[in-house]
Design a protein around this ligand. Structure first.
Ligand SMILES: Nc1nc2c(ncn2[C@@H]2O[C@H](COP(=O)(O)OP(=O)(O)OP(=O)(O)O)[C@@H](O)[C@H]2O)c(=O)[nH]1
Ligand SMILES: [Mg+2]
Length: 263
């Protein structure tokens, strides 16, 4: 008969030993699964499991179609216009906000180079440049030499290892969409930003169903943004449509990121 052995860590060192064993087991499962050619969906799940087992931080990704107000929402949380936000598609690279005593910014390049940059210059590294504005060390219009940007900020919300991730908008450019999708596996929770003005396009519904739920995301928050554009009657209609379409939408908030930022 199979006997189930329960091992419980009583010290931090024991916990780390167990975690390292778990990490090795997941690595073995990943390697065997690759050998036998598992489905893409299962691969995503394994990558996510690896993150959950080894990651010491709790990462919340702010995600959604382009121009829904993701960067503005994060700026509102920070209380300052740190991230570039514009009417046209804007965010080009993954941006991770972490706790730091002093504001500072670090660029991680795809070739493993790391460079500290002045916070005031963030826009040059994060923004999709207009045609004809491409410079050698900045993201090109389609691809980019930057892997990700880390911003350290004295934000209480980010104490205790919480990280907030701004992501390039979906449905705008295939390469940028892939960047966001890949990073999704390294995140623990998601805030899906929708617009009250165009609530839940077919692509957004598909994304929630096929990308978030199948990856096992059980911490999904919904920000129904652009609330400032609604009348109270519109508000009721928007909630009605939202509840009709999203079954796991109990953690939802109607917000105006722009008003929150200016407040
Ligand atoms: N009226 C109104 N405008 C908003 C609101 N939130 C964002 N905006 C505006 O919408 C535009 C897009 O906002 P961003 O924060 O850049 O949107 P994003 O989702 O980060 O866009 P990408 O990075 O391109 O994916 C900006 O001009 C914001 O000022 C809101 O709640 N109300
Ligand atoms: Mg943005």
């Amino acid at each position: 008969m199979n006997k189930r052995v329960t091992t419980r860590a009583t010290t931090y060192e024991e916990f780390n030993v167990l975690r390292s064993r778990l990490h090795d087991l997941v690595a073995d499962v990943t390697s065997i699964s690759n050998d036998i050619g598992i489905s893409e969906e299962y691969q995503h799940k394994l990558e996510r499991l690896k993150h959950l087992v080894t990651g010491e931080m709790f990462r919340v990704i702010v995600i959604g179609s382009f121009s829904r107000g993701k960067s503005t929402l994060i700026n509102a949380l920070i209380g300052k216009q740190v991230l570039p936000a514009k009417l046209t598609p804007t965010t080009a690279v993954i941006t991770v906000i972490k706790y730091g005593e002093e504001p500072r910014a670090v660029v991680r390049y795809k070739n493993s180079d790391v460079a500290e940059i002045p916070v005031e210059e963030l826009r040059d590294y994060l923004t999709i440049p207009r045609k004809g504005q491409v410079q050698s060390n900045y993201p090109t219009r389609i691809d980019t030499t930057v892997e990700m940007v880390e911003i350290y900020y004295p934000l209480d919300l980010c104490k205790n290892g919480v990280e907030i991730v701004d992501s390039p908008g979906l449905e705008e450019d295939e390469t940028r969409q892939k960047i966001t999708m890949r990073f999704l596996n390294e995140c623990d929770a998601a805030i899906v930003v929708l617009s009250c003005q165009q609530l839940l396009t077919m692509q957004e519904e598909r994304f929630i169903r096929e990308e978030l739920l199948t990856r096992g995301f059980d911490h999904i928050f919904y920000a129904l943004n652009y609330a400032d554009a609604l009348t109270s009657e519109d508000e009721e209609d928007v909630w009605f449509r939202f509840r009709e379409k999203v079954r796991n939408g109990s953690r939802s908030f109607m917000v105006s990121a722009r008003e929150a930022l200016y407040a």
